[in-house]
Design a protein around this ligand. Structure first.
Ligand code: TTP
Ligand code: MG
Ligand code: MG
Length: 397
């Protein structure tokens, strides 16, 4: 045991706080009790039905679907020029070793007959939306992870189907019939196992990991297949003699935490098939805003206007980045004495540019008193969304 009692308590305290982001807040599923035992007592929730779905060779399959002459041929989506890289490759090209993120020149060396296609991002995004539309026929608990994959919680599903695998089968069939594309699905009682399962028999995979078989499955799993284990961590595990889930299971809790900190707790739980992270559906964004508290209170209206100009610039950038489009502007002014006033107006057209935001902000400010002792905070936000497509499309794959 590398920790003294006091220090260990502190380490656990810190882990608990930050783990809130990783795990659900149901306290009965995690009972870390460092003073009594070095191995935490863990309860496992195996009642959920979670599906992870990922489209097969997504961009390349769409190109083969839309260009029949490419079917059965090795296809890479990406720039063919010397500085280009492969975004993805069809399974025919993968047989030659061509894969995502590989320089195009190397891909061509491996597969001289490779057909390069320039990507059509707007088409891929639209198909990604169609796929999500199919998921939502079965459940609203859909958590998109990237353009071509998502987690679904189908414990309660709209069709009242008993088995998660039955839902997964139907979704795969819908995607094939309606979109002429192929998806792989993994089904289990948590996200970690569902994700591993969907990767298991790609392409066109459908793998279920039953709670009673989870332990066996995990034991033979290479440690690099565990969530959060990248090449660097895999090497660290290798040096510790840990190659598989079975090896990981032998590592004491204290040792894992000493080696990997918070991540060690996660590995400890995953090795035991425990992952309580909920499926979190995409939340609808209601507003985008920014505000600044000034070190020295702004003394008059001219200063306030100048600062509003800066805020409007920042807001324009944030709106663009989050692809948020809304029509209501709210101005917030906090005085030296913390008294706060807000004023809002709704425009006929969306407020997306600095000039329009600034005009509206200046109009709102005419209705606000600026006290002689100054203003300590200003804020601007846009709300009343008119169209939020792709608002969460931060990550693409
Ligand atoms: P992935 O799901 O990682 O890959 P894939 O769908 O092409 O193939 P698989 O059958 O193994 O799932 O990524 C989805 C899409 O994201 C992929 O078609 C292209 C794009 N992408 C990139 O542009 N660059 C990358 O490095 C990766 C990994 C993906
Ligand atoms: Mg994919
Ligand atoms: Mg993917």
């Amino acid at each position: 045991m590398p920790y003294k009692h006091g220090k260990e308590g502190m380490v656990h305290g810190r882990m608990r706080t930050s783990l809130r982001h990783v795990f659900s807040k149901r306290p009965q599923t995690l009972n870390l009790c460092p003073m009594i035992a070095s191995e935490p007592v863990l309860l496992n929730d195996t009642n959920r039905k979670i599906i992870h779905i990922d489209m097969d060779a997504f961009f390349a399959s769409i190109e083969q679907r839309d260009h029949p002459e490419l079917r059965g041929r090795p296809v890479a989506v990406g720039h063919a020029d010397s500085r280009g890289v492969v975004a993805t490759a069809s399974y025919e090209a993968r047989a030659f070793g061509v894969k995502s993120a590989m320089p195009s020149a190397r891909a061509r060396m491996l597969c001289p007959d490779l057909v390069f296609i320039e990507g059509r991002m707007s088409v891929y995004k639209a198909v990604g939306e169609e796929v999500r539309g199919i998921f939502r026929r079965y459940t609203d608990l859909v958590e998109p992870v990237s353009i071509d994959e998502a987690y679904l919680d189908v414990t309660q599903n709209k069709l009242g189907l008993e088995l998660g695998v039955e839902v997964a089968k139907r979704i795969k069939a819908d995607i094939r019939r309606e979109l002429h594309l192929v998806a792989s699905a993994g089904v289990s009682y948590n996200k970690f196992l569902a994700k591993v399962a969907s990767d298991w028999r790609k392409p066109d995979g459908l793998c279920t990991i039953h709670p009673l078989r989870a332990r066996r499955f995990i034991e033979q799993l290479p440690v690099k297949a565990f969530w959060g284990v990248g090449p660097v961590t895999a090497e660290k595990f290798e040096k510790l003699g840990v190659k598989t889930g079975a090896d990981l299971l032998k590592m004491p809790f204290s040792e894992l935490v000493a080696q990997f900190g918070q991540a060690g707790v996660v590995y400890y739980k995953f090795a035991r098939g425990i992952d309580d992270r909920p499926v979190q559906p995409a939340h609808e964004r209601k507003s985008v805003g920014c505000e600044t508290t000034y070190e020295v209170d702004l003394p008059d209206r001219a200063f306030v206007l100048e600062e509003l100009g800066r805020l409007a610039q920042t807001l324009e950038e944030r709106l663009r980045r989050s692809r948020f489009v809304g029509t209501t502007l709210t101005l917030k002014v906090r005085y030296y004495n913390f008294k706060t006033v807000t004023r809002s107006m709704t425009a006929a057209v969306p407020l997306t540019e600095k000039a329009a935001i600034m005009r509206a902000a200046a109009a709102l400010l005419t209705d606000v008193d600026i006290p002689a002792r100054g203003v300590r905070l200003l804020g601007l936000s846009v709300s009343s969304p008119v169209q939020q497509k792709d608002a969460r499309q931060g990550e693409l794959f």
